[in-house]
Write a protein that binds this ligand. Structure first.
Ligand SMILES: Nc1ncnc2c1ncn2[C@@H]1O[C@H](COP(=O)(O)OP(=O)(O)OP(=O)(O)O)[C@@H](O)[C@H]1O
Ligand SMILES: [Mg+2]
Length: 229
């Protein structure tokens, strides 16, 4: 039997507030297979962002393990963790997190610079990715010269820059009107059909319906799993 692309094993996480430990995750175990399209839902404060950040190696669990593509993220030295994040994971956030002084194209090329791709390969790939998200004609625009939906498309193209197998999104449609949000989810769906493994958080049940697995989180634990309609 082959192991899952992502394995989350009994992950606990508490944050220290003064002298008090605030539990954010209380024993989460979850397997995600290559090609899964997973939605995490749950009340505010239930631990969704904490779980995404730990899966993505942006935060460390207090206890437990996260194994991505056979590598134990928790015990990796910092340089190998950075490499894993750069090549295996793409991140998309609610507020886009684009670099304000970089054009759309430069934003998409940035992770390729970090991965030391050559300039010609970077240019070609950025062109293809901007085309993929429907923004070929906006490549020289700065984020402030783009609409919210366009900025999120640039952020998705940037997340795909180093061709990672996994895309992680935290409320990526949270700041968008519903029509633009649906267009973003349709883009995610076509990426998933092409083989991308996607894990995202939303508060919007209409966006959750795009997923093939719906995992409900409550009080830092998995409450249950459903198959969306
Ligand atoms: N950096 C931090 N320091 C202290 N406590 C934190 C920190 N980050 C999160 N928490 C706490 O951990 C718990 C889980 O937070 P988390 O951000 O994961 O929730 P969430 O499910 O993403 O909520 P939302 O839907 O509002 O984004 C909350 O009780 C929160 O207050
Ligand atoms: Mg959150």
């Amino acid at each position: 039997m082959s192991s899952p692309l992502i394995r989350v094993e009994n992950v606990h996480k508490s944050y220290l507030m003064g002298k008090e430990a605030v539990p954010a995750l209380r024993g989460v175990t979850l397997d995600i297979e290559a090609g899964d399209f997973v939605c995490l839902m749950g009340p505010s404060g239930s631990g969704k962002t904490t779980l995404l950040n730990i899966v993505g190696g942006l935060d460390e669990p207090g206890r437990g393990h996260v194994i991505i593509d056979g590598e134990n993220v928790v015990s990796l030295p910092e340089n190998q963790l950075a490499r894993l994040r750069l090549t295996k994971l793409g991140f998309v956030f609610q507020n886009y997190n684009l670099l304000a002084n970089f054009t759309a194209r430069e934003n998409v090329e940035a992770p390729m610079v970090l991965a030391r791709s050559g300039s010609r390969a970077r240019r070609e790939r950025a062109s293809r990715l901007l085309e993929r998200v429907g923004l070929s004609d906006r490549d020289r625009h700065y984020p402030s010269e783009l609409s919210g939906g366009q900025q999120q498309r640039v952020a998705i193209a940037r997340a795909l820059a180093n061709d990672p197998p996994i895309l992680i999104g935290d409320e990526i449609t949270g700041d968008l009107d519903s029509e633009t949000g649906f267009a973003i989810m349709e883009l995610m769906t076509s990426l998933n059909r092409e083989g991308m493994t996607i894990v995202f958080v939303t508060h919007d049940p209409r966006m959750a319906e795009f997923a093939s697995r719906l995992i409900n989180i409550q009080d830092g634990k998995i409450l249950n799993e459903e198959t969306p309609a």
